[in-house]
Each structure stands twice: as structure tokens, then as C-alpha cells.
Design a binder for this molecule. Structure first.
Ligand SMILES: Nc1nc2c(c(=O)[nH]1)N(C=O)[C@@H](CNc1ccc(C(=O)N[C@@H](CCC(=O)O)C(=O)O)cc1)CN2
Ligand SMILES: Nc1nc2c(ncn2[C@@H]2O[C@H](COP(=O)(O)OP(=O)(O)OP(=O)(O)O)[C@@H](O)[C@H]2O)c(=O)[nH]1
Ligand SMILES: [Mg+2]
Length: 463
């Protein structure tokens, strides 16, 4: 990874687009005195907002604004930071930015890459990697619950849990390494410290954090729910009912929806990306055929599939044959496929009650009246695996969940080594080392360069 002392020394600057107030932000390891003198006309008092004219090369004010100077290391990035807060028009900000870049040419001032301010904060130990990711997750949060849990992760709640686990692994590693170094005292060291008990409790603690991280990842990423079924069963009506808006076209004509319609809704703060698709049938029309093949590819990528049926048509031979054909392709013999699929019967308002015995976990509802939608929302949350209350969740990513899973696997292997009669201590030590490494990837103690590049390049410009 990039060493903390070899990061590029170029100074960086950025300005966002339109807003009430816009900030040109400069971060550099080099002295910003000359830049301040040129643009602000004076040396600023550290960490105090000063109202002054921001001047161009001819000494003419570009704007009057607030200037803030944060001398290193007490800044967001840990470098010297100068902020010029001006009126938020794009032209004003571009002029101000161009002026800074011209004055800063001597110190190599250039435009910042996406995420580069936060990357520098990470490289200068202001934030760990999980906190840096939380900055981006906070900005991109699609629900209030996601924003609150991102803020919790940014404050270090998640990192603290990881650091606590890491300390416990380090302690165990120390015991085992000490035993390896002094083999004659083997039994004493590990027995006396109850190393086996410690390892067992550590695995439970990892399980607990893993569960919370899964909830956090769910809150960040949401799940993809596809509405599938024969034409005219009410898929588009159900999307509209869930979203509370007329998003998709609804008509009595079978084959109305040709292309997918996607909308993100939230249920208890969990984002659900709901996708309405073209009704599934033997299509004769070329356009419809393409639509239907898209439906199937959406179904393949879904986390959950709502297989929608029409209560008013149950028992009609053509209709039943159509459903049977879809069921065969959708469910097959694979139990994992079946776990994804939720059977939902629509048009309960227009049908005689339960015309045929339905599967035990099937839901009945009416997209037209909204009856039964609450039950569907709960069933979707359950399918998603959501069982937390948003207050206790910190934001997390799939990357974190995977690292925790690998940590857990190595700890289990270490435990297996420790339990065998002729415990191979060197193998146990190795598994603990691997568990330590896997956990370290979360906060960035052991992270490859390409991973860091990937994480920061996904930030918006200016963070
Ligand atoms: N104007 C402005 N607002 C902003 C930011 C910014 O960069 N500029 N931030 C950008 O994301 C966030 C705030 N993040 C910040 C984090 C640390 C420091 C800072 O000065 N840290 C020093 C001193 C800490 C202290 O006094 O407790 C330090 O870490 O040493 C500033 C902003 C949100 N609002
Ligand atoms: N009575 C009643 N009619 C409904 C209900 N939901 C949908 N409909 C009607 O069923 C017809 C088809 O609804 P859509 O939502 O367009 O059905 P779809 O499954 O999207 O159809 P395609 O796009 O053709 O695949 C429309 O006339 C709707 O008004 C319901 O809950 N009750
Ligand atoms: Mg439709």
C-alpha cells in the first residue's frame, strides 16, 4: 500500500457545482502563505472565519466571502487547508478556482481526484478506511436510517467494534507466539490464560459483529425485488401502490409493460429497489419478446421475486397453465430459488374469498385498494433478512461482511487446531495471523493499493 510518508505531495483544489454557498478547498503539505496573501490579501488567523474580498490577478474582487485557514495537522486532511467560501454560482467558483490554480502553480497545485481529500485524511491517520467509506456512504445515503447509521460509522462506532476484536486476536496471538518461543512451558501459558475459552468467546463476538455488519450492508445496499407474473395480473399496479405514485402505465390490456420500470422505495429505512417487468407469456410480437427476455434477466439478478397471481382468474385452464409454466422455470428443483420467491395473489377486492387453497406462506392483497400491502412489506423485510432496529446499526459494506466471514473462518480453523490432541501450535498461530489480516482489511491496516484506489475513485469529486 501507499506508505504514509510517500503520498504524492501535490497540492489539490476543488470546487463543487451550484449551491447557496460554494467552497473552494485547497489542501497541501506545502506552505499556503503565498496563496493566502495573493487571494485574501493577508495571513489568516488559524481556524477563524474572516470576511474579505477574494481578489483576482488584477486585485479586483471576484467575490466577497469567508476565508478559513487550517494549519497542518489540525484539518480534515491533516495537511494545510485553505477554504474560500463564496457565493455558490458556478462561474464565481470557477473563477476563484482558476485564480487559486494560477497562484498555486509554483507548489504544483492541481485539481483533486474524486475522494482525494478523504484519501489524504486516511493516509494521514485522520480516519481509518471504514470511516472514510462512511463519508461516501453518508453523502450517498438514500434513506434517513442509512444516513444515521453512516454517521455512526463515521464517528468510529463500527471501527471501534473492529478494533476491539483485533485487540483480542492480538492478545491470543501473543499467548501462542510466547508458547512457541518457550515450548517447555507450553501447557502453562495457554491453560493458565484459558486460551481456548478466549477463542470461543472471540468467535461469538465476531458472529455478533458480523450479524450487525450484515444489517448495515442491507441498509446501505438495499435489495432488488422483481415483480414477475403473467400479463395483466397487476404488477404495475402493485409497483405504483408500493411507491405511492403513478410510475408505471396501467391498462386492462395484457402486455402493457414492455420495458422494466424501476423505483427505490424504503420500508423501515431499508431501501428496496423494486423492478416492474413485462408480463411473462408466449409472445408473438418482437418488441414484447425482447421485453420478456429482459424480465427473465431481471429475475435472475433479483434478491427476491414477487410471483404475482390474479385471484380472479384462478381455475381458468389457460391462466393456470401459464402460471405452471412460469413456476417451472422460476422454481425448478433448486430450493435456493424457491426461498427467493414470494407468492402473492392480487385483486382480492374483486375475487370471491380464497377460491382455491393457497400455499401456507402465500399472501393475498389488492393493489387497487391497498388491502394487504402491510403484510407484503413485512414479508419483504423478512426475505431481506432485516431484523434490527435502525438505531443500533452502523453502515457497512459487502466488503466488510466478507472480511468478517474470512476472519471467522480462520478463527474456526484455529479452534480446530487447538482441539486436536497433538495441537499443532504453529498451524494455530498461522490461522490467528490470517484472521488478524482479514480483520485488518476493514479499517485499512492491511489493504492493497488497488483496493484503496477502487474505494476512493467511487467518491464524488471534492470529497
Ligand atoms: N467548511 C467545511 N465543512 C465541513 C467539512 C469541511 O471540510 N469544510 N467537512 C469535510 O468533510 C466535514 C467536517 N469534517 C471536518 C473534520 C475535521 C476537521 C478538523 O479541523 N480537524 C482537526 C481539529 C479537530 C478538533 O478541533 O477537534 C483535526 O483533526 O486535528 C474539520 C472538518 C463536514 N463539514
Ligand atoms: N379489481 C382489481 N383490479 C386490479 C388490481 N390490480 C390491478 N388491477 C387491474 O388489472 C389490470 C392490469 O393491471 P396492470 O397493473 O397493468 O397489470 P400488469 O401485470 O402490469 O400487466 P402487464 O404490464 O400487461 O404485464 C388493470 O386494469 C388494473 O386496473 C386489483 O387489486 N383489483
Ligand atoms: Mg405492467
Amino acid at each position: 500500500m501507499l506508505s504514509r510518508h510517500e503520498d504524492p505531495i501535490a497540492a489539490i483544489a476543488t470546487a463543487p457545482g451550484r449551491g447557496a454557498v460554494g467552497i473552494v478547498r485547497v489542501s497541501a503539505r506545502q506552505d499556503l502563505g503565498p496563496l493566502m496573501a495573493a487571494v485574501c490579501g493577508r495571513v489568516l488567523q488559524p481556524r477563524h472565519a474572516t470576511y474579505l474580498p477574494l481578489r483576482d490577478a488584477d486585485g479586483q474582487p471576484i467575490d466577497h466571502g469567508l476565508a478559513l485557514y487550517f494549519p497542518a495537522p489540525h484539518s480534515y486532511t491533516g495537511e494545510h487547508v485553505l477554504e474560500l467560501q463564496a457565493h455558490g454560482g458556478p462561474v464565481v467558483l470557477q473563477l476563484l478556482l482558476a485564480r487559486c490554480l494560477a497562484v498555486g502553480e509554483g507548489i504544483g497545485l492541481r485539481l483533486a481526484e474524486p475522494g482525494e481529500f478523504t484519501q489524504r485524511a486516511f493516509l494521514n491517520d485522520k480516519l481509518d478506511l471504514a470511516q472514510a467509506e462512511a463519508v461516501s456512504d453518508l453523502i450517498d445515503a438514500s434513506t434517513e436510517a442509512a444516513a444515521r447509521s453512516a454517521s455512526r460509522s463515521l464517528s468510529g462506532a463500527f471501527s471501534h467494534e473492529i478494533d476491539t476484536l483485533r485487540d483480542r486476536i492480538v492478545h491470543l496471538r501473543m499467548l501462542v507466539e510466547a508458547t512457541l518461543d518457550f515450548p517447555e512451558e507450553e501447557i502453562d501459558f495457554l491453560e493458565k490464560a484459558d486460551a481456548r475459552g478466549q477463542l470461543e468467546r472471540l468467535i461469538s463476538a465476531v458472529d455478533e459483529v458480523l450479524d450487525r455488519a450484515k444489517q448495515g450492508a442491507l441498509l446501505r445496499e438495499g435489495i432488488r425485488v422483481v415483480l414477475a407474473g403473467q400479463p395483466n395480473v397487476g404488477k404495475s399496479s402493485l409497483l405504483n401502490a408500493l411507491a405511492g405514485a403513478e410510475l408505471a402505465i396501467v391498462t386492462p390490456i395484457p402486455g402493457t409493460t414492455r420495458d422494466k420500470v424501476q423505483q427505490t422505495i424504503q420500508i423501515e429505512g431499508v431501501p428496496l429497489h423494486v423492478i416492474d417487468t413485462a408480463g411473462l407469456r408466449e409472445a408473438t410480437d418482437e418488441v414484447e419478446r425482447i421485453g420478456i427476455s429482459r424480465s427473465w434477466s431481471e429475475i435472475e439478478q433479483a434478491d427476491a421475486v414477487i410471483f404475482l397471481h390474479d385471484l380472479t382468474r384462478l381455475g381458468q385452464p389457460d391462466y393456470d397453465a401459464g402460471d405452471a409454466e412460469i413456476a417451472q422455470r422460476l422454481l425448478g428443483a433448486d430450493p435456493r430459488q424457491q426461498a427467493r420467491v414470494l407468492h402473492v395473489y392480487n385483486k382480492a377486492d374483486a375475487a370471491a374469498p380464497a377460491p382455491a387453497p393457497l400455499a401456507a406462506d402465500a399472501l393475498q392483497l389488492s393493489a387497487a385498494t391497498g388491502a394487504g400491502l402491510g403484510g407484503l412489506r413485512q414479508a419483504l423485510l423478512q426475505r431481506a433478512g432485516w431484523h434490527a432496529s435502525p438505531e443500533g446499526v452502523f453502515i457497512a459494506r459487502t466488503r466488510h461482511v466478507q472480511a468478517l466471514r474470512r476472519t471467522r473462518e480462520h478463527l474456526l480453523l484455529a479452534q480446530a487446531q487447538g482441539q486436536s490432541a497433538d495441537a499443532a501450535l504453529d498451524l494455530l498461530a498461522e490461522e490467528l495471523r490470517l484472521a488478524h489480516n482479514a480483520l485488518g482489511e476493514i479499517t485499512g491496516a492491511f489493504s492493497a493499493d488497488d483496493l484503496l484506489g477502487e474505494i476512493f475513485s467511487r467518491f464524488c469529486i471534492g470529497k
